[in-house]
Design a protein around this ligand. Sequence first.
Ligand SMILES: Nc1ncnc2c1ncn2[C@@H]1O[C@H](COP(=O)(O)OP(=O)(O)OP(=O)(O)O)[C@@H](O)[C@H]1O
Ligand SMILES: [Mg+2]
Length: 494
Amino acid sequence: MKTMTEEIHNPLEAISRISQKINTLHDIDPLLKSILHIAMEVMGSERGFILMLDENQELKLRIAQNMTEEQAADLSQISQSVLHQVMEKGEPIICFDALADDRFQGAQSIRIQRIQSIMAVPLTMKTRPIGAIYLDSVERRAGFQAETLPFITAFAHQAAIAIENAQLYAALQEENRHLKKQIQGTFSAKEIIGRSNAMKKVYALMESIIESDITVLISGESGTGKELVARALHYNGPRKEKPFMALFCGALPENLLESELFGHKKAAFTGATSDKKGLFEVADGGSFFLDEIGDLSPKIQTELLRVIQEGEIKRVGETHVRHVDVRIIAATNKNIEELVSTGQFREDLYYRLNVIKIHLPPLREREGDIPLLAHFFLDKYAAKSKKPVKGFSPEAIEFLTRYHWPGNIRELENTIERAVLLTRDVFIQQENLQLPNCEVKLPEKMSLKDFEKQVAQKALAENENNISKTAEQLGVSRRWLHYRLKEWQDEEDQ
Ligand SMILES: Nc1ncnc2c1ncn2[C@@H]1O[C@H](COP(=O)(O)OP(=O)(O)OP(=O)(O)O)[C@@H](O)[C@H]1O
Ligand SMILES: [Mg+2]
């Protein structure tokens, strides 16, 4: 340890050292250790400790140096009143002869170790005390002098800022962890509702690729959950701590999309006022969800191919390449094979993207999932709107399962959200669903007779009640059709 006389000539050094720590040490314990260490070194003290106020406004020993915990506890006990006084006044005190000082008479350590000099310095944030530094020495150290008080006050002020920063940083980290967990919770595979065979196949496929970096292409009609699956792949996989970026490629013109994805150099084009990172760079280490790749221009397709093949990007206006490590998850609700065959989509890119394809079935093909999803959304929106809605009337649930859902799960979700708002009952009624009556798909369970009747009536309507044409379309004889029509008519007349 340097002597105090060496150091005291340059007290500013201590302040500048603690300022440095503000920027470099974000964790509270190493920071406190460092504050204590610098204070002892500069004051020429052999020992010291730091006490901090806890949430109950009690002073708690946080760190000690060159003394046992018992010694620190003994000293902090005895000097509590002194320390409280120091903190209340916001001013440090120095005691040159502790053995003779009334304030420390009870402390065994002071007698046993013959401590001469004691310094107590408050740690104050703005006007609020947050703790105190205690230093002592067995000699009458020159550092423990009235002249050093302004310096040690300035030092303690800097130290308090560093401590507050570290505490803020810890709180932010905690919040970040919490938010990340929330997002992960929302999109974990458990949140993908559905037990149909079609969805079980999707889960099995997801399971098999979740640990890998393999490129995935997710296809499916609008609202089938493509983004949900993409997020689940990211947040359940090894990249979950890194960013998940999603970009809807269809919404932006080519040049904007290019600079958005790959970044640009300052002055690369009018309006490029500074260098800008592209989203691929932002997503480095994480996953990138390219939504609606069917809309990508040939130029962007070529650049995307380079990202997938070489892990390289070039910012617009730059000539050198940068490396990125990004897992690509792409989605489309277009028939991409058709775009390949008409030359609108690069075949080589298609093969690169389509290493694994997850097809999400439309809701009307997910037998049995509709009631499950309907109840899931009901719970969600009942809780959100704080309405005591408990379920669906049998007619409402029957209607939901028969509707053909052109907008898939998004449409179902919107329907339930609206119904929860509209209903005045604890059970949602059919009229609360506000769905068009005509668009009803065939029910799962129906007799062959009813099935025949529905098919025949649909064909008749399409053929403007022309029996010959209808019979031809259905592959039955005119006689059969006449016979059936009469039978159905008789039933209705009864
Ligand atoms: N299996 C599911 N379980 C629960 N919610 C789902 C499920 N699938 C989709 N959703 C919900 O339905 C909505 C639409 O899903 P998502 O945005 O993932 O669909 P998409 O296929 O990306 O649609 P688009 O093609 O229109 O972009 C979202 O609110 C999503 O949370
Ligand atoms: Mg989507």
